[in-house]
Each structure stands twice: as C-alpha cells, then as structure tokens.
Design a protein around this ligand. Structure first.
Ligand code: AMP
Length: 283
C-alpha cells in the first residue's frame, strides 16, 4: 500500500492508472476505521483493479458546536487495517493541503437536505458535497462506495454525481452492525457503558416500525410516536429526530413510492447516533 499525502501526487498516479485502463474504486472516510469501512473496502476491491481510500476529517462538514476537535483518530491503526485489507493507495491529506486558503467556490446542496440530518446540521451536506467534489477530482474513481448507514448522504451524493455529471458509479453498501444490532460507528467509542447497553434500542425501534409498515400499517405519525415512546422508555438519549420519507427523494410519503426510509438521530451525552432502515414496498 502506498501512502499519498499530496493532491498532486495522487492525481499523477490515478491519471497514469487510467491510461492503462485500470478501474479505480474509491472509499472516502474520516478514519478511525471499523468493519463498516472495511466492508466498503472489500466491496471496492472485489469490483475494481485498484482501490483508493481517503482518510480526511473534513472541517467544512462540522458545525461550530460539533465534535471536529474530539473526532476520534488513530492513524497508525487505520494504516495497518487499510494495508491488511489490500488497499492500493491511502490518500491522507492535511487540512492545509485540501484547503490551502479560504475557498473561493463552495458546493451548495439544494435538494434532499431540508430534512433529517440536513435540518439538524445546517451546512453539513454543503461541506460533504464540497469535499467530495474535490476528492472525486483528485482520485478520478470509476466507482465510489458509500454506506447506507448515512442514507441521506447517499441520496445527496446521488444528486451530486448526477447534477455535476461525474462519470462515477455510486455504490451504496448495507449497514454493518454489532451483534446486538447497533450500527457500527466511529462515534460509538464516546458512549458510556450504560449508553452502550441502551444503544441497540435504536435499531430495535426501527425493526418494530418496519414490522408495522410491512404488515400494512400506514399511520406514519403513530408509528413515529410509538418509536419515540420506545426509545424514551429504554434509553437516556434525547431524540433529535425520527422521520419517515420516500427514498432516495426524501419527500413526504404519498403512498405511491417504491421505497421508504425510517431514519432517526438520538443524542447521548457525548455521541449523537444515527440509524435508518430502508423498506422496499410492493415486493
Ligand atoms: P465516515 O468515516 O464515518 O465518514 O464513514 C465513511 C464511509 O463509511 C461512509 O460512506 C459511511 O456511510 C460508511 N460507514 C460508516 N459506518 C458504516 C456502517 N456501520 N456500515 C456501513 N457503512 C458505514
């Protein structure tokens, strides 16, 4: 595995690889790798000639009161994990490499961000879309891999790739969970022992809601309020949102959609956890 820290070197490498008609799979991450990330890497490796991953904690996508400075990092461990997964290139730029001066152009996401995390984290998806636009130009991937744990991000990236005509195939990958159902996340290390015990409640509440929808229940407000009660009774977390929309459009449910998303965010003392389930209707 080659470690690359400059944009210029990364671009020179991928330009050469493309001249040899090699297919590039790209997995953007913020590091502190876990099995969710490793599964994206495995998928990228199985579908491409070359696998590039990036580790970059992007300041632009964190709000002023969010956890940028405390975001967990362990580069040496990440390096070893990426190497043992067979990653070909690890792109690890500094903040000053990615943002050498005040940006003169920023990407603004105009759809799919007025709900869910877009509403509770204003500016977050603009930061994501801006850094991904840079990373796509730097790594020139044929396919880019994103986890459905961040389903709204997948929907936003779908819009970015289509609207900006990136010749990239978006590959959404299922959520990897702990044995008790908790979605793997770099932020899970911030849960206290008690919160860690409570946290699988989030996924359980999603499964209960899914069961109701699959068996024909369509009173979405009631489904949401029973999820609220379930989470409030079984955790000390504060509910940020629980919402149900069409997917990937993220519009209110009309009854005509093929897919629905039930998504939630819950704040624990030091970690805000998100999770979701996507339901295929009319199967
Ligand atoms: P992050 O490092 O949190 O920005 O995540 C990098 C990529 O890994 C994103 O596409 C995430 O959606 C994905 N990811 C994070 N956690 C999981 C998980 N538990 N299962 C699948 N993908 C995940």
């Amino acid at each position: 595995m080659q470690l690359i820290e400059t944009i210029h070197e990364m671009q020179q490498i991928v330009i050469k690889l493309k001249k040899q008609s090699l297919k590039i799979g790209f997995v953007p991450t913020m590091g502190f790798l876990h099995e969710g990330h490793l599964n994206l890497i495995k998928k990228a490796k199985s579908e491409n000639d070359i696998t590039v991953i990036s580790i970059f904690v992007n300041p632009l996508q964190f709000g002023p009161k969010e956890d940028l400075s405390s975001y967990p990092r362990d580069f040496d461990r990440d390096y070893q994990l990426a190497k043992s997964e067979g990653v070909d290139f690890l792109f690890y730029p500094s903040v000053s490499e990615m943002y050498p001066s005040e940006p003169s152009v920023l990407v603004t996401v105009t759809d799919r961000t007025d709900v869910l995390c877009g509403r509770s984290r204003p500016g977050h998806f603009n930061g994501v879309a801006t850094v991904l636009t840079k990373l796509f130009h730097i790594t020139l991937p044929d396919k880019a891999y994103f986890g459905l744990k961040d389903a709204q991000q997948v929907a936003v990236v779908d819009g970015l790739i289509n609207d900006f005509h990136f010749p990239i195939e978006l590959v959404p990958v299922e959520t990897i969970r702990e044995e008790d159902g908790l979605a793997k996340s770099s932020r899970n290390v911030f849960l206290s022992e008690k919160e860690r015990e409570e946290a699988p409640t989030l996924y359980k509440s999603l499964l209960l809601a899914k069961q109701k929808i699959v068996s024909g229940e369509r009173e979405y407000n009631q489904i949401i309020s029973s999820m609220e009660t379930y989470i409030q009774e079984n955790t000390t977390g504060i509910i940020d949102y629980i919402e149900i929309y069409s997917y990937p459009q993220l519009k209110p449910v009309t009854g005509l959609e093929q897919k629905l998303i039930i998504a939630l965010a819950v704040k624990f003392s030091k970690a805000r956890l998100i999770d979701n389930i996507i339901i295929q209707l009319n199967e």
